[in-house]
Design a protein around this ligand. Sequence first.
Ligand SMILES: C[S@@+](CC[C@H](N)C(=O)[O-])C[C@H]1O[C@@H](n2cnc3c(N)ncnc32)[C@H](O)[C@@H]1O
Length: 219
Amino acid sequence: MDDSIFKYCEDHTSQPSAEINDIYRSIALHTAMPHISSTPYQGQLLRLLSLMVRPRLAVEVGSFAGFGAVHIAQGIPEDGCLHIVEANEEYEPLITEHLQQAHVAHKVQLHIGQGADVIPQLPDGIGLAFVDADKLNYERYYDLLLPKMAPGGLLIFDNMLWYGRVMEAAETDLRCDRSTRIIQALNSRITADPRVDNILLPLRDGLMICRVREDGEKC
Ligand SMILES: C[S@@+](CC[C@H](N)C(=O)[O-])C[C@H]1O[C@@H](n2cnc3c(N)ncnc32)[C@H](O)[C@@H]1O
């Protein structure tokens, strides 16, 4: 998207609170790779989706410094829980600090571990799941999460355009790297899956939003 159009969109989107701005600044100051965090604009979309669904049970796979989590948590009811899974234990103190700063720590349970190990331990009935971790496991996350989703729940994958590489080569082209092939295959699988309605948005690196169909719901 043209930079000036994107700037216009950002300017005409609810602006982040002072706490959210402070957390975003803290990520820039205290991490070596701040660019892997969600941005305030993407955070606002996650927040809106969570506020629309009001999930009692939500999951984020790959939390980094907790910026996506603080937004999703804002839509979780007081008696709900957002389970967040992060493989790198070094991020734990920063995640905890940011959840407290956003006043949502009481609604979030942090699991330090691998997404593929933690997801099977989570209860069924997930109303919103956001996957933003290792791309090589994306198909696995889809297979693990979909049966655990509540009817009408949202299953969201980030990086589904993979910096445009998904368009460079056919899924079967061996010159294409593994992550690209996995993301291409998952985009095709999701689009053909009768269990979900989906939209791939060209937002940042591509956000795939799937809504799990309710019993008897037709295409
Ligand atoms: C793009 S960042 C996540 C950004 C975050 N979702 C946000 O909205 O700001 C990806 C994170 O996934 C974590 N990660 C990588 N492999 C993982 C795995 N197998 N299980 C859980 N987390 C993983 C990385 O350590 C990193 O912190």
